[in-house]
Design a protein around this ligand. Structure first.
Ligand code: SF4
Ligand SMILES: [Zn+2]
Length: 414
């Protein structure tokens, strides 16, 4: 098991050694909403009432041993660190805060930002401010970066936000949490961008990967060395509970437990539900998911890691433990990716003989790309040879997008 070392993590309780975070939920929002509505019509909201309602829910998580919650709210989700500070004071819970931009409808950022020259670098500076100086003029600093891609994919604006998050990560060592829509295949595109920017894959968690039961997609994503969030237990509109259980068990069976995080992506208070106050629960994984997974044979210790050690390892930027028979994740970040045009292939087999980690012949004796087609540095020369020797130029290697992305169903959420 890869347990995190002594890296210090910024929280609402100050800087603490990562190993002292204890049982940690990776992705639960105390609240989310529209910043404009709260600013323009504050009479709709009662700060103290919301704090009390959320504190009650937080205490129920503490009854399950939770000591720390990563709250991934950021710009466009009405992040308000004073709110977290108040709930922390009421409950003793620690919160790990985020910085970043969620985007309007997963597509755009305000023109006042997007009209600036080199605005991704400007955003990176803003993010670094939150990581190193403090959030919203408090002494509480962010500890991770947040960005999002959903059904619209990596739009031009969202691509720049991702690059800004990557550059802030490179400048500070902070980890990244990326909201994804696995049913649109965004996770692989997002990881590809982070790797292009030079981010170590073990610093990234692709959130909401558990919204699909497409194991091929999930394993192609895991090929890229990141952590994944099975973090929407309870959101049946994205994937029903039974299919989440089956997917989690299959991934555990294949040895991916060290790279998985369990959660609910709860928004305890969401402004559109505010009248009357609505509490989404952050204890469902303890009351429903984990007991059922254990009943079906899952290892309780590994499930415990998914709400503790794995989250701490991501926050510390540590590579996950080996998954099955794979090389240790994060040991070799890909330098390129292969593609294949199966319609050209004549099945001569040089590629699979020379580069068996990237190519194989399918049942029809035509080339298939294995996984995401990632090319680690150690394989770069041999893959280049394979590409050159293909008699019909059916394969290539570049930094372009890996093929085989699945197509979409419903996205959204936070
Ligand atoms: S070397 Fe080219 S033709 Fe031969 S199997 Fe590979 S892709 Fe197909
Ligand atoms: Zn969320």
């Amino acid at each position: 098991m890869t347990e995190a070392g002594s890296k210090m993590i910024e929280t609402t309780a100050g800087r603490v050694p990562v190993e002292s975070l204890g049982k940690t939920l990776s992705h639960e929002h105390l609240r989310a909403g529209n910043e404009g509505i709260r600013r323009q019509w504050p009479h709709l909201f009662d700060f103290d009432e919301e704090v009390a309602m959320i504190a009650a829910e937080v205490r129920s998580a503490q009854a399950h041993g939770v000591e720390t919650v990563c709250d991934p709210s950021c710009m466009d989700l009405d992040r308000d660190v004073r709110f977290n500070i108040a709930v922390a004071a009421a409950t003793g819970m620690r919160f790990v805060m985020a910085t970043g931009i969620y985007g309007q409808a997963y597509e755009t950022v305000p023109p006042v930002l997007a009209r600036r020259p080199n605005w991704e670098d400007y955003l990176a500076e803003l993010f670094v401010h939150d990581l190193q100086v403090g959030i919203q003029e408090t002494s509480v600093k962010a500890a991770f970066l947040k960005c999002a891609a959903d059904k619209p994919g990596l739009t031009p604006h969202m691509e720049k936000v991702h690059r800004a998050a990557a550059r802030a990560s490179l400048a500070t060592g902070a980890p990244i949490m990326a909201h994804s829509d696995p049913n649109s295949g965004t996770g692989i595109e997002q990881m590809r961008l982070f790797l292009e920017e030079g981010v170590a894959p073990e610093l990234v968690v692709i959130a909401h990967t558990g919204d699909t039961d497409d194991l091929d997609y999930i394993e192609r994503l895991l090929d890229l060395g990141c952590y994944i969030g099975l973090d929407r237990y309870g959101s049946d509109r994205f994937l029903p509970l039974e299919r989440r259980h089956v997917t989690t068990l299959a991934l555990l069976e294949r040895g991916h437990g060290p790279r998985m995080m369990l959660g609910q992506d709860a928004v305890i208070s969401l402004d559109i539900r505010h009248d009357p106050p609505f509490a989404a629960h952050i204890t469902q994984i303890f009351e429903v998911a984990i007991p059922e997974l254990v009943r079906r044979g899952a290892d309780p210790d590994m499930l415990d890691r998914m709400v503790g050690a794995n989250v701490r390892s991501w926050l510390a930027g540590e590579a996950p433990a080996p998954a099955g028979e794979e090389a240790p994740a994060g040991e070799e970040a890909p330098v390129a990716f292969v593609k294949a045009d199966r319609s050209l292939c004549i099945g001569s087999g040089q590629c699979s003989a020379l580069a068996p980690r990237q190519f194989r012949l399918g049942p029809d004796d035509r080339v298939e790309v294995i996984g995401a087609g990632a090319v680690p540095p150690a394989d770069a020369d041999v893959v280049a040879d394979a590409v050159q020797l293909c008699p019909v130029e059916a394969i290539s290697m570049d930094s372009g997008r890996p093929g085989q992305a699945p197509t979409g169903k419903e996205g959204g959420g936070v």
